[in-house]
Design a protein around this ligand. Structure first.
Ligand code: SF4
Ligand code: SF4
Length: 459
């Protein structure tokens, strides 16, 4: 094993910066006016991978949720709590508050390598730290909201706070809660509140990567919870406790794997600096329990991880297929409460059925729409009375159309009951042959006695 200083902490910071840039930039990037991800309840639309879906097309959501959970299971099985250390906002905000604001900027904490000592007094500096972090919280909460209220709307809304008090209230209280969490709950949130911390250990196996103290080299320090030696004579651990001082969750990793460990690897970095003086590698490693035991490389390709990759691929393909079924127009059909009515025109009796069609243009372009109505098993037989011609719908807009269909010939001959005839609607964009949807409804045709009433009237 090579003796060298591990630099996981700096690598984490670089990753945080890159992740923050991406998370901040994504809501501002638009392709064909669509966002990478936007779930807007205001506009009732979902943007996913720069494609616009209507909230009525939320059939994609189950795929996304399954994909999300499977990814979490897969990553946890493979790399343990990598999320907690490298991407979790809680960890990132703690670094911003504790390491940047409190330590680097205001020097409330004296040493970044000692996260154990609580500082006393310095009320003015603590107050300033609180104000600074509250500002960070406002920016972070706003950033989160941009995935639900697009930035182009968000900035317009906050310029009119009087009309958007709900939004202002959400920003104010969510920022307050975030500040409380980061400044007072601190890592207790990870230990006592976060559900992921509680369930992740069941996904671990012997090959899962974790932060592990090498007992074979360093020596046994604990017997269960009891510390055996202050300075172990039998191993390479010199008992300097640099790994303990630096730990943000106040644990001693030499005790073994613990729920509190967020895998930040700061202890590994600290130990690598100590051990370098003896030309030895760190006693704390980011590796698997099996690898430490056998001194072999970590086994990444095992049954569980391969199975996850296979299932993830299937769900991802399912998501792609489902998203290609996206309809560029939506159509909901509701029948009028009256089954039918009979009109007399030029001494002829006509049967009319009325419907309400809700058209929605979910495409990025304006389109002209119209439709055809076909009765099942009957050639011709009905005609569209209204709307009499195609109509234009702007991109993203919707409209209600009262549709009336008229029977042009006798469709049934029943003395006892009305006849229900299946009706097929083919709605389409006149200017784009690829935009077409099919819907089913019914056409009600009256029993013969209903026509007789009109004959009586004539008499
Ligand atoms: S930093 Fe390394 S040498 Fe020092 S106490 Fe921790 S494990 Fe032992
Ligand atoms: S023991 Fe502490 S310092 Fe080490 S990885 Fe876990 S949380 Fe980080």
């Amino acid at each position: 094993m090579k003796a060298c200083i591990t630099n996981y902490t700096n690598k984490r910071y670089i990753f945080y910066i890159l992740a923050t840039i991406v998370i901040f930039a994504l809501p501002f990037i638009r392709v064909n006016k669509n966002h990478f991800f936007l779930l807007s309840f205001d506009h009732k639309k979902l943007n996913l991978f720069f494609v616009a879906f209507d909230t009525q097309e939320l059939y994609l959501m189950p795929f996304l949720l399954i994909l999300l959970f499977l990814t979490i299971f897969f990553i946890t099985t493979l790399a343990g709590r990598i999320w907690c250390a490298w991407s979790c906002p809680q960890t990132i905000f703690r670094v911003i508050y504790r390491d940047i604001i409190q330590t680097k900027l205001l020097k409330i904490r004296k040493n970044i390598k000692d996260k154990q000592k609580e500082f006393q007094g310095q009320f003015v500096k603590k107050f300033i730290a609180g104000i600074l972090f509250y500002c960070v919280s406002i920016i972070a909460v706003s950033n989160l909201l941009w995935y639900f209220i697009p930035p182009e709307d968000f900035f317009a809304y906050i310029q009119n706070p009087g009309e958007h008090m709900l939004l202002i209230g959400i920003i104010f209280f969510a920022s307050l809660f975030l500040s409380f969490d980061i400044m007072y709950l601190q890592e207790k949130f990870c230990i006592y509140v976060c559900p992921y911390a509680r369930i992740q250990s069941v996904m671990f196996d012997h090959d899962t990567i974790q932060v592990i103290y090498d007992e074979k080299r360093g020596g046994v320090i604990y017997d269960g919870h009891t510390k055996l030696h202050k300075k172990p004579p039998q191993g390479e651990c010199i008992g300097c406790e640099a790994c303990v001082s630096v730990c943000p969750t106040h644990i001693d990793i030499r005790k073994g794997m613990q729920l509190e460990c967020i895998n930040c690897l700061e202890c590994a970095d600290a130990c690598s600096k100590i051990q370098l003086k003896f030309n030895r590698p760190s006693l704390i490693n980011w590796t698997s329990a099996k690898s430490i035991e056998t001194r072999q490389k970590v086994n990444y390709f095992r049954f569980r991880t391969i199975a996850y990759v296979v299932v993830l691929s299937i769900v991802f393909i399912g998501l792609l297929i489902a998203s290609t079924k996206k309809e560029h127009m939506l159509l909901n059909i509701n029948r009028a409460t009256e089954l039918y009515h009979i009109e007399k025109k030029n001494d002829k009796l006509e049967v009319i059925n009325a419907y309400t069609f809700l058209f929605q243009n979910t495409d990025n372009k304006d389109h002209q729409y119209y439709f055809e109505a076909i009765l099942e098993g009957i050639e011709g037989g009905i005609e569209i009375v209204s709307p009499s011609k195609p109509f234009t719908l702007k991109a993203g807009a919707n409209t209600k159309k009262v549709v009336t269909l008229r029977a042009t010939k006798k469709l049934a001959n029943d003395d006892k009951k009305d006849t229900i005839i299946p009706l097929h609607i083919r709605a389409y964009a006149v200017d784009d042959e690829n935009i077409v949807v099919f819907r089913e409804s019914i056409f009600s045709y009256p029993k013969n006695t209903e026509f007789d009433k009109f004959k009586d009237e004539k008499k």
